[in-house]
Design a protein around this ligand. Structure first.
Ligand SMILES: *Cc1c(COP(=O)(O)O)cnc(C)c1O
Length: 359
């Protein structure tokens, strides 16, 4: 008889990453169109001589740099190979068969995947206006609920919950339920009623905030993320993580990136301008564009006829523009389009204008 994986493992539908573009523009994975800080490249080039040495297992200098940047306690900070790994580790430490997690209807897919790996169930709560519904999430809590995952801003909707709503969500949760605030796009948000949740993660025993270097810092290839929260949760994550889970070059790159505020600010400014420009131009073709505060837009097409998402995606692809099909997120009539370099955004606008004007 052949070796058999656990039954819950066979139920997992593997995550399908955004398609790559051999030529043209990849607008399918919310990557930074400006690349990364030149300081990161210099650091990596200067540190290639000792690849035989194991990484610092505690990522101590990186944790110190992040803590200093945000005024945090480094002892309550843990780094991961992408924030994806942090979610995996949370599932390993907190979820068993029969447990439940709660997430929003069109929430990030990775939460569901890590829950499945542990045999836990995902309770998916319908959105209100494409935004997480706090009352619905609170109503979904049962004795089995272990974690509530909230991506804020959310991918792929691009919408966010204002700070007082996140606070209301926390206040309504039993103290044994862990609230995970995934703030992967926090640096892009320009709203005075938004907060990444750092303060809540500092003040409560059941709130963890996660962040990533994959988006604003443009380091998706290196896989680097971090979490901040109560000592007991950080301790649990440290117990289940691999001893060298973050490689040396990622640690050094993270330090260089977080110390280059100029690059991060430039990226945020560029995104702000291009997000507004793309949103307005695509909306002016008659398509619905959901209001995004992140580095991508969600565009809604018609369910049948000449103006479907499928036809638009094919047309964009013919023109070398790779965007994200969001059917796996329960959004069959939408496409998610990352903010690209100016030229890419110009092309998206031109192709969609043409697409909507024919027939
Ligand atoms: C991109 C993204 C992340 C980042 O994942 P990494 O593993 O750090 O690259 C986390 N959460 C959401 C919602 C994202 O869209």
């Amino acid at each position: 008889m052949a070796p058999k994986p656990l039954p819950n493992v066979l139920e997992i539908t593997p995550y399908v990453p955004g398609l790559s573009a051999d030529s043209g523009h990849k607008l399918s994975s919310n990557e930074n169109p400006l690349g990364c800080s030149p300081a990161v490249r210099a650091t990596i080039e200067a540190n290639l001589d000792h690849l035989e040495v194991y990484p610092d297992g505690g990522a101590n200098k990186l944790r110190d740099s992040i803590a200093e940047r945000y005024g945090l306690d480094p002892a309550r900070l843990v780094c991961g190979s992408g924030s994806d790994e942090i979610f995996q580790l949370l599932a390993r430490a907190y979820l068993a068969p029969g447990d439940e997690i709660i997430q929003s209807e069109h929430g990030f897919l990775v939460y569901r995947l890590v829950a499945q790996q542990s045999g836990a169930e995902t309770v998916s709560v319908p959105d209100k206006d494409m935004t997480a519904d706090v009352d619905g999430m609170l109503a979904a809590v049962t004795d089995k609920t272990k974690i509530v995952f909230l991506a804020n801003p959310n991918n792929p909707t691009g919408t966010y919950l204002p700070f007082d709503e996140v606070r209301r969500l926390h206040e309504g949760l039993p103290s044994h339920v862990l609230l995970v605030l995934d703030a992967a796009y926090a640096e892009y948000v320009r709203k005075n009623d938004y907060s990444s949740g750092m303060e809540m993660a500092s003040n409560y025993d059941n709130v963890l905030m996660t962040r990533t270097f994959s988006k604003i810092y443009g380091l998706a290839a290196l896989r680097l993320g971090w979490a901040y929260g109560p000592t007991a949760v950080i301790d649990a994550i440290n117990r289940v993580r691999g001893p060298f889970n973050v490689n040396t070059l990622a640690q050094l790159a993270g330090i260089a990136a977080i110390n280059d505020e100029v690059f991060a600010e430039k990226s945020a400014e560029f995104n702000k301008r291009e997000l507004a420009r793309l949103t307005d131009a695509v909306a002016s073709t008659g398509l619905k564009v959901y209001p995004s505060v992140a580095n991508f837009i969600l565009v809604e097409f018609q369910s049948e006829g000449p103006y479907t998402a499928e036809k638009a995606e094919a047309k964009l692809r013919e023109n070398g523009l790779i965007v994200r099909d969001v059917k796996p997120y329960g959004l069959p009539n939408c496409l998610r389009i990352s903010i690209g370099v100016k030229e890419a955004n110009d092309q998206v606008i031109a192709v969609l204008k043409d697409f909507m004007s024919v027939r």
